[in-house]
Design a protein. Structure first.
Length: 134
């Protein structure tokens, strides 16, 4: 009887977990780029970097299959500008609606420490998720 009760409790918990995940799916789907809309994402990224007066270098890796109908697109993005402009851009990027998990973020000073116009470089390595089906 105890095993039956434990299985029933686990089944209830699993059902509750599935319901919780299901409520978040629509929001997650809006965070994935639709097939054929990759250029729009890169255009928005470029406009944001211009807004913050940053120089941008974008390297796109080989697309790889992801879970179900999603492709993984590895990205290396380098931004160069003032420390505050780089930070403002990163905050803006974090708050954007597109899902861009970061694998690595590195920053380094390019000028002399203490100089008022010192340049920083931020390098982001991440994965962009793109729906395989439009």
């Amino acid at each position: 009887i105890e095993n039956t009760v434990n299985r029933a409790l686990k089944l209830r918990q699993t059902s509750a977990d599935i319901a919780l995940v299901a409520t978040g799916l629509p929001q997650l789907e809006t965070m994935i780029i639709a097939a054929g809309k990759e250029v729009e994402f890169f255009t928005v990224l470029e406009k944001k970097s211009q807004t913050y007066r940053l120089a941008e270098t974008l390297r796109i890796g080989e697309s790889a299959p992801g879970p179900e109908d999603i492709r993984k697109l590895p990205l290396d993005i380098e931004f160069r500008g003032s420390f505050l402009d780089v930070l403002r851009f990163l905050v803006d990027l974090e708050q954007s609606a597109t899902l861009l998990p970061l694998n690595q973020l590195s920053m380094r000073l390019l000028g002399e420490a203490g100089a008022s116009t010192a340049d920083f470089t931020a390098i982001i390595k991440g994965t962009l998720y793109v729906a395989s089906i439009p």
